[in-house]
Structures are given as structure tokens and as C-alpha cells.
Design a protein around this ligand. Structure first.
Ligand SMILES: [Zn+2]
Length: 69
């Protein structure tokens, strides 16, 4: 069983603004799409509402939020 205790798992459904961030086209923290964006690891969501398991999303962050992501 995967240890997800330290990973944040987002609850479904997510709104469009969050989906853009999960797709890695906007900073995961503030949502900016301008400036350099850097890989910031993964965020997890449930596979589907009410189901076990999680999906990992490779997300990005702006320089300001890179350390916090
Ligand atoms: Zn940011």
C-alpha cells in the first residue's frame, strides 16, 4: 500500500481553475501562468469521487511558491 500520509490528496470534484494548475500550466499555489514555472513535484487527487486510489499530477510553481509547493 502506498504511503500517502505525507502527500496532500485533493477532494473531487475540482473546479476549472484548479484543473489548470493540475495540468501543469499554472502555478499550483497562486495560479499564475506568466513568468518561469518550475517543476514542483506531484499533487494527488482521488481517482474518482468515492473510490480508493489516487492520481498523481506533475505540477509547476512560480519562483515565489516553488519552495512552498
Ligand atoms: Zn505562485
Amino acid at each position: 500500500m502506498a504511503d500517502t500520509a505525507t502527500a496532500s490528496t485533493l477532494t473531487l470534484p475540482v473546479d476549472d481553475a484548479l484543473l489548470v494548475r493540475l495540468h501543469g500550466t499554472a502555478c499550483i499555489t497562486c495560479g499564475t501562468t506568466t513568468g518561469p514555472l518550475y517543476g514542483a513535484g506531484h499533487v494527488y487527487t482521488a481517482v474518482a469521487a468515492g473510490q480508493d486510489g489516487c492520481l498523481g499530477w506533475a505540477v509547476v510553481a512560480c519562483p515565489e511558491h516553488l519552495a512552498a509547493a
